[in-house]
Design a binder for this molecule. Structure first.
Ligand code: PSU
Ligand code: MN
Length: 301
């Protein structure tokens, strides 16, 4: 597939300088406008603080873009919701052939990042197994099992069944690294209580695992989970109450499939009167910076 590279990203890749991929579904389906565009911009800045060049990935009018301009971020942000196709693995050819706008999920971004030669990707939360719907398993988990990209996230959001999500990661052979933590991060809150496979405390230590993974030609991904900064964490009980209510309402309204995650995310923000949004924005920034540092350490090895 032909890609449209942002010149700055193409130059960084050609010079073997560190680049971090960013997804676009969080912009169109994860956060409300205008916080979505503000957050996308500040996440790119955080990647730069970490020492890498950001490359936000999206499909615009059927063209695959590796790195977006400020105008393109705004374009996608203002189309948040229905007009933009949420692109997981299966959706990429549909959006391209249809000349559509498409926002890439964790799975979609991993595929395109890998093809573009970018080994690290930062986001907020990965998809997982939905509560009460054990067969609604995000394609993100399968992608982590088959595409060699390291995903830096705050785990999976607690709207999901986290123990089941943890099990599927294991089934798919995905190493789960706790960054500065012995447990998997739980998005708004710092810990899910679920064990990680290894705790690592520095960008260099994570880069060493990525190197070993590359050297052993394992065609799978790596998940690094970074707890939300202490000061921005959202009270786990308040989060759980909002999630339980949102999940009940979604079941009553018959919301399912790809509509589930965006619907639940929006409803939780409403129910917490935006307090969950602060945690969400803070962890996105923090993950961008951390991924930038890891990419920088990897490039120096
Ligand atoms: N989790 C979040 N915010 C998000 C998403 C997940 O906290 O915006 C998005 C990501 O793009 C993820 C997708 O890949 O939702 C998962 O959707 P699904 O469950 O339909 O696979
Ligand atoms: Mn699903």
């Amino acid at each position: 597939m032909g890609f449209d590279f942002l010149p700055e990203v193409a130059a960084a890749l050609a010079a073997n300088e560190p680049v971090v991929a960013l997804e676009s579904t969080v912009i169109t389906h994860g956060l409300p406008y205008p916080q979505n565009v503000e957050t996308a911009v500040s996440m790119e800045a955080a990647v730069r603080e970490g020492g890498a060049t950001p490359a936000t990935i999206a499909i615009i009018q059927g063209r695959i873009h590796i790195g977006l301009t400020a105008e393109q971020l705004e374009y996608l942000g203002t189309r948040a919701g229905t007009a933009v196709r949420k692109c997981s693995r299966r959706d990429i050819p549909l959006a391209v052939a249809g000349g559509e706008d498409g926002a890439t999920t964790v799975a979609g971004t991993m595929i395109l990042a890998h093809q573009a030669g970018i080994p690290i990707f930062a986001t907020g939360g990965i998809g997982g197994v939905h509560r009460g719907h054990p067969f609604d398993v995000s394609a993100d988990l399968a992608e982590l099992g088959r595409t060699p990209v390291t995903v830096v996230s705050s785990g999976a959001k607690s709207i999901l069944d986290l123990p089941a999500t943890r099990e599927v990661l294991e089934t798919n052979g995905v190493p789960v690294i706790g960054y500065g933590s012995d447990t998997m991060a739980a998005f708004f809150s710092r810990s899910s209580g679920l064990p990680v496979d290894v705790r690592l405390d520095t960008p260099e230590a994570v880069a060493a695992v990525i190197r070993a993974h590359q050297a052993s030609s394992l065609q799978s991904g790596i998940l690094v989970t970074v707890p939300v900064p202490e000061a921005d964490a959202f009270d786990p009980d308040a989060a759980e109450a909002a999630i339980a209510q949102a999940t009940r309402e979604a079941d009553e309204a018959g919301i399912h499939g790809p509509a589930s995650t965006p619907w639940l995310l929006r409803r939780v923000v409403e129910l917490t009167e935006g307090r969950s949004l602060q945690a969400n924005v803070a962890l996105l920034r923090n993950n961008g910076r951390t991924a930038g540092q890891i990419a920088q350490a990897l490039a120096r090895m």
